[in-house]
Design a protein around this ligand. Structure first.
Ligand SMILES: [Zn+2]
Length: 330
């Protein structure tokens, strides 16, 4: 690792289209779309990373690797395993994003949490070989004492779920309230508000309150927000926001020792290219941005970061933290 350069870790949460149908209260997605993120979006990210020599962290929902049960889902899982296996061999990291992607996982009982972590871990280990993943990201950015206890008990090195972004939180609360008024049920859960005041650079959480500093063996690597206003510096915003806003966000992020740049598979999808139904596009506005534009925004973002940052996986960030090699992080 080059001394003096800031670190940037790009991660991609590979949430399936079904997750978005659930968030927006749309029921089940049409058949044939279940694996569209793995099939269409992941290769686009992989090509982008390969062109630039960026090692990324991919958070995988265990169920998407499940071979039991046969049928189309198992066929899709086989293809996903082959693709992810090749990415691991190319130097990327796979992280645990739970088995079912329950948005309320943090509030479930410990038995459910343990099974969700354990089953996803086993499936990921089958793809990765060795000891399996060392990093976790919670569905919907929501953590709890019980959830992080179980992640720590599973021997993980880090969690990367805390998203200390009040603007994102209030926007989500407003959307969920509007849906409630209209009698529609959202599968999303409004996270614990204590996350809004959490530290914004990597830290060791307190075992009884993971939103503040303590001595937990599990590190927390918060998702990128700007200093001051805590504007989300995540892929979904960066690909769909005007250039001037993106430039300001990236400029502000230079004050951080680490840029934890979180993306979603859907960030490199577009409705037209990928045959995504209008019912979802009406709710998920970033799907209207053409893929060429999103790719251009992503390329421009990485162009801007490349001279100043060293790209590493989140595991690399966690290891740098442990060595005391992160500038400005406590
Ligand atoms: Zn997710």
């Amino acid at each position: 690792m080059t001394a003096g350069r800031k670190l940037c870790a790009v991660s991609v949460d590979l949430d399936s289209i079904e997750c978005y149908y659930r968030i927006h209260g749309l029921g089940e997605p049409p058949p044939g779309l279940g694996d569209i993120i793995m099939r269409r979006a992941l290769p686009r990210f992989a090509a982008l990373f390969a062109r630039r020599g960026i090692p990324a962290t991919l958070f995988v929902v265990g169920r998407d690797l499940e071979l039991e049960g046969g049928g189309d889902a198992a066929e899709a899982a086989k293809a996903a395993r082959a693709q992810l296996g090749a990415l691991v061999r190319a130097g990327h990291e796979l992280g645990n994003h739970s088995y079912s992607h329950f948005y309320d996982l943090a509030r479930r009982d410990r038995g459910v949490i343990r099974r969700e972590l354990g089953r996803a871990h086993t499936l990921l280990r089958e793809v990765m070989g060795g000891a399996g993943p060392v990093g976790f990201r919670a569905p919907g950015y929501d953590v709890s004492v019980a959830l992080l206890d179980e992640v720590a008990a599973a021997g993980y090195l880090y969690d990367s779920s805390v998203f200390p972004a009040p603007l994102y939180y209030s926007a989500k609360a407003a959307v969920m309230a509007a849906m409630g008024v209209m009698g529609r049920w959202s599968g999303a859960v409004l996270g614990d508000p204590r996350a809004l005041l959490a530290p914004t650079d990597p830290y060791r959480p307190h075992p009884r309150s993971p939103w503040r500093r303590g001595q937990s063996p599990l590190l927390e690597l918060p998702i990128g927000v700007t200093p001051g206003l805590r504007v989300p510096a995540i892929g979904t915003y960066l690909v769909a926001t005007p250039v001037a806003v993106r430039t300001r966000i990236l400029e502000a992020m230079r004050a951080r020792p680490v840029f934890n740049l979180e993306c979603h598979g859907i960030d490199l999808c577009d409705a037209e290219h990928d045959g995504i139904p209008g019912e979802l596009v009406a709710k998920q506005h970033d799907l209207r941005v053409p893929l060429t534009e999103k790719l251009r925004a992503m390329e421009a973002t990485l162009d801007r970061l490349a001279p100043e940052y060293e790209f590493v996986t989140l595991k690399g960030v966690a290891q740098a933290f442990q060595r005391g090699a992160l500038q400005g992080a406590a």
